[in-house]
Design a protein around this ligand. Structure first.
Ligand code: HEC
Ligand code: HEC
Length: 285
């Protein structure tokens, strides 16, 4: 039974991939947001990277989708960013504080911050992403409940904070704490085949990017646009939700959001996009 499924899957992927001979790779265009902010969507990889060039998922989307992202008035996800700004200024918790009470104007205090996460958290002894940093401030500084995964203000606030780094090249500090071993762990996950389809992240995003899998034009699976607006779902999608979706598509059990597995994966995949501009909120299929 299992063997048959695996074979069918392999054929499905092979079929999907061979159908692409005519499809062409990423488009050769430049992303400039609002005619002002020149984005780095193609760049040379850091040392030791398996790819020759790093390319944002923007290049793999249709003209219509690309145009939506290039114009902040048209970008449907800007609504969430505005929501995030409201939450930023809203008092919550027993301390009677808002994010703004301590951090002031986010366009100054958060400029560039989101481009350098995940970061090592010495207290927790693990890397944290923006979502977990928000929860940390809510719990420790505001006396408010942490947001559950994808709930409450988590996605809009994360989008708002990352949007303050729009155009900034992503980079993370692997020298901090134990980041290197989390990177190693993430790398191992990236190359491990899982699920009934027996596919790894690398099988799709490294070996077959530029090709089609069903109706989807496979990109390098870069994380620089997250949280990302997905037209298919007509909503903002968090990074760990996307990871889980990709794992689920291989018909494997997926780890919990913010688990060590997905944090390690976030560290490693963020490194794989080193130098690409933060596009949050990006628009994708
Ligand atoms: C009472 C003051 C206080 C409040 C309120 C507060 N923070 Fe913080 N925040 C801090 C301090 C202090 C730090 C640095 C130490 C740390 O990481 O905890 C910090 C760090 C951060 C960072 C990391 C900055 C960096 O350079 O890496 C982010 C992001 C952040 N806060 C977001 C928020 C958000 C979003 C809210 C509202 C939900 C919030 N904070 C509420 C005090 C506060
Ligand atoms: C069966 C093929 C397949 C596998 C395996 C797979 N993905 Fe994906 N992934 C896709 C498709 C299809 C998309 C949507 C089109 C695109 O951007 O590539 C996607 C999108 C993504 C995106 C969003 C890219 C963007 O620009 O918004 C990320 C990030 C991602 N994948 C990461 C991963 C990671 C990490 C793994 C391994 C845990 C993985 N994927 C495994 C097929 C796959």
């Amino acid at each position: 039974m299992k063997k048959i499924l695996v074979t069918t899957a392999a054929i499905a992927l092979a079929g999907a991939c061979s159908a692409t001979a005519f499809a062409g790779g990423p488009v050769d265009e430049q992303l400039v947001i609002d005619g002002e902010i020149e984005m780095t969507t193609r760049t040379a990889p850091p040392e030791g990277h398996p790819l020759d060039e790093l390319i944002s998922g923007w290049h793999y989307r249709t003209k219509e989708t690309r145009e939506l992202e290039a114009d902040t008035f048209e970008n449907p996800a800007m609504l969430y960013v505005e929501q995030g700004e409201e939450i930023w200024n809203t008092v919550e918790g027993t301390e009677g504080k808002s994010c703004a009470s301590c951090h002031g104007d986010a366009s100054e205090s958060m400029a560039g911050v989101g481009a350098h996460y995940p970061k090592w958290d010495a207290e927790a002894g693990r890397p944290i992403n923006i979502e977990l940093q928000i929860n940390k401030c809510r719990e420790e500084r505001m006396g408010a409940e942490p947001y559950a995964f994808d709930k409450g203000g988590q996605k809009p606030l994360t989008a708002y904070i990352k949007h303050q780094s729009l155009g900034e090249p992503m980079s993370i500090d692997l020298a901090e704490g134990d980041m290197q071993s989390w990177w190693e762990r993430g790398k191992e996950m990236y190359y491990t085949r899982t699920g009934q389809l027996n596919l790894s992240c690398a099988n799709c995003h490294e070996d077959h990017n530029g090709e089609y899998i069903r109706a989807d034009h496979l990109s390098q699976g870069q994380v620089n646009g997250f949280p990302t607006y997905r037209l298919k779902q007509a909503s903002l999608v968090s990074l760990h939700n996307r990871f889980r979706g990709c794992i689920r598509d291989t018909r494997a059990e997926y780890p919990a959001a913010f688990s060590d597995e997905l944090m390690a994966l976030e560290v490693y995949v963020t490194w794989r996009g080193t130098g690409l501009s933060v596009e949050t909120p990006a628009v994708r299929q």
